[in-house]
Ligand binder design. Structure first.
Ligand code: SF4
Length: 397
């Protein structure tokens, strides 16, 4: 790793303070399946919450959303419905929130798109009609082929859920619904098995996410898996775009100096918050991987505006940690593209978030591989038509 390139920490104005720009809304706090790696149930505090969001909480939430987008003149305010399993909330409630958000849009001029992340088990034609009619985009958890998916994604009786999830994914892909499949990487299997499975299902937009782990754990290395995935993606897209694999496109976006749209890639503050089923407002949801109640705040939508959470110490601590990187990351040549890794992956009981990612070696290898491959594909055209290798061009050849 290059140690000659130091990056100063941003000062308080290094990143402009922004209002909360999207909401994660927990409409159900329980799940209908029992995935072994779910971060949600690592935090016993979730069992204190009501199973489903009530109509009283929903109506108050809608008031707060309209107040928030109007106060800050937002043009775009995405709502992500989450759980547990959000479809347990019921299709009527999805119609209700979507219709209300359409009303907020027409009154304020702010687009309030709705997305949902689901395990797919409950999806039927009525749900498809709702997603299509209400323009709700769907991310479905599907870990590739059956023999990989069913290792972790099981019912409470211990049977695999792959058949139900694949059926739902194929149904979604057959309709005019924005859908993405979300897999979690299992590096014991080759990336080709994932890529071939999604192609066979007709799924052209998917992610294969790095498994959640903190620095106190010793997860399996994922570098070789992702370097292989990148090679497959490059080969498949050489002549025409065939599939969008989110982690690959986000890493390329970040390597090229642009803002990656997802929070796990790139150097930028995390500005999310989560509304729970009882209307309480918490810091970034996935930080609950760090332990019981770590995301809990004193804020709720009955007494506080959405943006008030920005004054809350735990929310601020998570936001500050996302841009105050460990010393090793500040010296790293991939600091801007990597951003120190996904925030939960930086947590340890002794240092909090002041660590490089538990996947640091893997991330470094992925960025280095990507950098060298991309450099071979990028060139600069001179006025006389000569093509210069981008590295020679940058070196002033
Ligand atoms: S976590 Fe990322 S930014 Fe930090 S040292 Fe490792 S590769 Fe570099």
């Amino acid at each position: 790793m290059s140690a000659d390139d130091t990056h100063p920490l941003p000062d308080a104005l290094g990143f402009k303070e922004q209002p909360i720009s999207q909401l994660l809304v927990k409409v159900a706090s329980r799940c209908n399946i029992d995935c072994s790696y779910c971060y949600w149930f690592r935090d016993a505090a979730v069992y204190d919450k009501p199973k489903l969001m009530s109509d009283e909480v929903l109506q108050q939430l809608l008031l707060r959303i309209e107040e928030h987008v109007a106060r800050y003149s937002l043009v775009d305010f995405p709502i992500i419905l989450h759980g547990g399993e959000p479809l347990l909330w019921g299709v009527e409630n999805f119609h209700r929130i979507a219709e209300a958000c359409e009303g907020i849009s027409s009154r304020t001029g702010c687009d309030v798109p709705i997305a949902v992340t689901t395990n797919g088990v409950l999806i039927d034609d009525e749900w498809l009609d709702c997603f299509e009619a209400r323009n709700i985009s769907v991310a479905i958890s599907l870990d590739g082929p059956e023999h990989i998916h069913d290792i972790h994604r099981k019912t409470f009786q211990g049977t695999g859920t792959h058949a139900a999830a694949e059926r739902a994914a194929r149904m979604l892909a057959s309709r005019d619904i924005g859908m993405t499949a979300l897999a979690v990487c299992n590096p014991a299997y080759p990336p080709k098995q994932y890529v071939e499975f999604f192609a066979e299902c007709g799924i052209t937009s998917y992610d294969i996410m790095i498994p959640d782990a903190t620095v106190d754990e010793t997860p399996a290395s994922v570098g070789s898996f992702y370097n292989g995935l990148f090679d497959l993606w490059l080969e498949a897209n050489r002549t025409k775009p065939t599939a969008d694999i989110r982690i690959i496109s986000d890493m390329i976006t970040a390597m090229l100096g642009n803002n990656s749209p997802t929070e796990g890639v790139g150097y930028k503050p995390i500005e999310l918050c989560t509304v729970m089923t009882d209307g309480s407002v918490e810091a970034h949801d996935v930080l609950r991987i760090a332990g019981d109640g770590v995301t809990r705040t004193k804020f709720n939508i009955f007494e506080h505006a959405i943006d008030d959470v920005r004054n809350e110490p735990r929310w601020k601590a998570a936001r500050d940690a996302s841009i105050q990187l460990a010393a090793k990351c500040q010296q790293c040549k991939f600091m801007n593209a990597c951003g120190g890794g996904y925030l939960p992956h930086r947590f340890s009981k002794t240092n909090g978030y002041d660590n490089p990612s538990v996947y640091c070696d893997d991330l470094y290898s992925m960025f280095e591989n990507m950098q060298s491959v991309l450099a071979n594909h990028l060139y600069v055209s001179k006025p006389d038509g000569e093509r210069l290798d981008v590295r020679d061009a940058l070196a002033g050849a």
